[in-house]
Design a protein around this ligand. Structure first.
Ligand SMILES: Nc1ncnc2c1ncn2[C@@H]1O[C@H](COP(=O)(O)OP(=O)(O)OP(=O)(O)O)[C@@H](O)[C@H]1O
Ligand SMILES: [Mg+2]
Length: 706
């Protein structure tokens, strides 16, 4: 990685004499940034480019930048590798992004890279900027100041926007990488390298898709406890929610998996480019707050209220001032002022009043950060106020956010603020939103210190293994409810008392053994959703209705899906409680993906669910339960007692383990899990396994846990 960011020599293969060509811009940018190492333009048709001697062929350098047409990139790479080059940025486009032929070329360059141990950033990218090395190995028109922001972006255009925005904000960069098609070097690898460098204080990531989700999570988790990672991921709307058999599966779109991955690995996800800019600005300019309480100082009541509303919305607590602070504010401010948080210094506030108030609230131990709001009123002196704010911010150990709300009258003061160490935002709401992200990082770092390790699988449970083997041998893809419940039971999940009966005569005896009321359901590998075909009858409390229900179920199935195999009818104890749903599907990038929600309308109509990726910790499982909007129902409302939330969390851990132990399981759904004041019972299980053509041959041998 050092070769990419701190090379001692660079070759530009495809350097051009004509300005306007990318091969010209790259060389010009390298010269412009004052790169101190050796620079070698490679071009067989030129002797000299931009005052540098040009070479017809590549020689050994630390970094080769490739700007030739796509179809000659493979041969150029071969030459470079043979000359001893170990790192290459391929700026050229015309690869995977351009269609099938490009994809073949990309596979070719990946192969060359593997063969020779040559690392590639790109292709189809803007390049790399590393201010620590005075290196602009890109065709971006702007070269940034040195600073503490690093950016990894899947879009070159976002890089140029980011650079231009930062220039306007007087913010500087440490490293910037446009990853392009990621044929070789991934964002995970870059992240690991960049976040380790103390010159980088905050890393911004723009991603559209991550190929190896698990690896990304592993690295992000390691890095995020030290360096804030701010991610903007495009593609929130799920066009491709997979065709899944379970209810929860249909709700488990891939963006939800990204969301869970970010949450579980301490990444701060933002939802728009301006939130990305604002958040990066906050981290770049301000220290990390040591506590959460925010103080608001304003010269307009209205803005104060807007900021308070936003604080409630973004869960930023307002600080409770100490008695000393209140006494001090009382003595310095006029009696019309509001001395409680938000502090209203009134419309006639002169710079000194702002200054004194800010000084006072900053010393309050309950204040973690301060937001200063200003509107241009008759007596306001924006520039002088900005000057005094800068004076304070340069020495403050707490973050100071400002929002000077206006336009023409404020433009000069806004420019002045950029010279200080506060961060200015266009509105109180955006200031508070950025504050909430700043606070999130603090929470992430704290949580990382106390985090427990996810429960590993204790090996496949024998009961589950036998069921799954059998289903594979029979070349089926789904388990019957009965089989599914055995899988759950073998992992310690409670299931209702039940008997499987194949003939009408046995119904009454089985029902009596279990005890009325009972539920009757068909046991069939061909029916995933039994209710839909009239194959579940609940609330049966007499012998007669039990027998009738048995007949009814057979009749219903015969009528609706006559070809379905029926392996008898299950007579089940009827249990009472609140119904929740727990499901696991398999995400192509991130693996087992868990969904939780309350049963009935909450999941199906309101889509009120939460998600996490397996393996999961107990703390995460509890968080995921508390995240759904219908959570208060579990806490007990209107005189009802609270339900056993710990037991639900325990079951989430169990399904997490099952999905880890059995890679062949595609979906598990417990729908419903009946939750009671003490314990919970899984009354239905849907387990789907992948279709394997040679499953029988390979699954033999009888070694458990293999
Ligand atoms: N043992 C039981 N005790 C109490 N209620 C039950 C029991 N079994 C089933 N039910 C109720 O009947 C409903 C349908 O049963 P079950 O979940 O087994 O069938 P299903 O149609 O396959 O479900 P799904 O909606 O998951 O496709 C359950 O959601 C639950 O409300
Ligand atoms: Mg069900």
């Amino acid at each position: 990685m050092d070769d990419f960011f701190f090379p001692r020599s660079i070759a530009v293969i495809g350097a051009a004499r004509e300005s306007g060509k990318v091969g010209h811009s790259v060389l010009k940018n390298l010269l412009g940034a004052n790169f101190q190492g050796e620079l070698i333009p490679v071009n067989p048709n030129a002797d000299e480019i931009l005052g540098l001697k040009a070479y017809p062929k590549i020689k050994k350098v630390d970094l080769a930048i490739v700007v030739v047409p796509a179809h000659i990139v493979p041969s150029v790479l071969e030459d470079s590798a043979r000359a001893g080059v170990k790192a290459s940025i391929i700026i050229s486009a015309g690869f995977r992004e351009s269609g099938a032929r490009g994809a073949i070329l990309e596979a070719q360059i990946r192969k060359i890279a593997k063969q020779h141990g040559l690392r590639i950033v790109g292709p189809n990218c803007l390049g790399i900027i590393s201010t620590g090395a005075n290196m602009n190995a890109s065709f971006a028109s702007e070269y940034p100041n040195k600073g503490n922001i690093s950016l990894i972006s899947q879009s070159g255009a976002i890089c140029t926007s980011f650079l231009d925005w930062a220039a306007n904000e007087s913010l500087g960069f440490d490293k910037l990488v446009s990853v392009g098609n990621k044929a070789d070097v991934t964002e995970a690898e870059l992240l690991k390298y960049i976040a380790r460098d103390p010159s980088t204080r905050v890393v911004a990531l723009y991603v559209e898709g991550i190929d190896d989700g698990r690896e990304f999570m592993r690295v992000a988790k390691e890095v995020s406890r030290v360096t804030p990672l701010i991610v903007l991921k495009a593609g929130r709307t799920d066009i491709g929610a997979k065709a899944a058999s379970s209810h929860t599966g249909a709700l488990a779109g891939s963006d939800a998996a990204y969301d869970a991955a970010f949450k579980q690995s301490g990444v701060i996800r933002v939802s728009s480019i301006d939130e990305l800019f604002d958040t990066v600005k906050a981290f770049s300019r301000c220290p990390i707050p040591k506590s959460q309480g925010m103080a608001i100082v304003t010269n307009a009541g209205g803005l104060g209220v807007l900021a308070s509303d936003a604080a409630a919305e973004f869960k930023v607590p307002l600080a409770n001032f100490t008695r000393e602070t209140i006494a001090s504010l009382q003595s310095t401010l006029t009696k019309e002022s509001n001395i409680y948080n938000p502090v209203d210094v009134l419309g006639d506030a002169k710079p000194r009043r702002y200054f004194d108030t800010l000084k006072t609230v900053l010393t309050d131990q309950n204040v973690g950060l301060v937001t200063v709001l200003l509107t241009p009123q008759a007596m306001t002196e924006p520039e002088e106020t900005a000057g005094l704010l800068n004076e304070i911010s340069l020495h403050a150990s707490k973050p100071i956010f400002t929002s000077f709300v206006g336009g023409k009258e404020l433009s000069k003061s806004l420019d002045m603020l950029k010279q200080g160490k506060s961060a200015n935002f266009t509105s109180p709401e955006t200031a508070v939103r950025a504050a909430s992200n700043l606070i999130k990082f603090r929470e992430i770092a704290l949580a990382a210190e106390t985090e427990s390790i996810p429960l590993g699988g204790g090996g496949k449970k024998r009961g589950a293994l036998l069921q799954i083997r059998r289903v594979q041998e029979e070349r089926r893809t789904s388990l019957t409810e009965e089989e599914g419940l055995i899988v759950l039971r073998s992992y310690g999940i409670t299931t209702p008392k039940e008997r499987l009966v194949a003939s009408r005569d046995k119904v009454v005896q089985a029902a009596c053994e279990i005890g009325y009321p009972v539920v009757l359901k068909a046991n069939s590998p061909d029916i995933s959703h039994k209710t839909d075909v009239g194959a579940v009858i609940t609330g049966i409390s007499t012998d007669k209705t039990a027998k009738n229900a048995f007949d009814q179920i057979y009749a219903n199935i015969n009528k609706r899906i006559p070809q379905a195999r029926i392996e008898g009818v299950t007579i089940q104890e009827m249990v009472h409680g609140v119904e929740v749903i727990i499901g696991v599907t398999r995400d192509p990038q991130f693996g087992p993906f868990i969904t939780f929600g309350l049963g009935g309308v909450y999941v199906e109509v309101l889509r009120d669910v939460s998600h996490r990726l397996a393996p999961i910790t107990l703390a995460e499982a509890k968080k995921m339960i508390a995240e759904v909007k219908s959570y208060p129902i579990l806490l007990g409302t209107r005189g009802r007692k609270a339900l056993d939330i710990d037991a639900i969390a325990h079951i989430i851990l169990c399904v997490s383990r099952i999905s880890q132990d059995f890679k062949e399981i595609q979906e598990i759904e417990i729908n419903p899990l009946v939750v009671r004041e003490k314990g919970c019972i899984a009354v239905d299980a849907l387990v789907v396994i992948e279709r394997r053509n040679n499953a029988i041959k390979n699954s033999g041998g009888g070694r458990l846990g293999s």
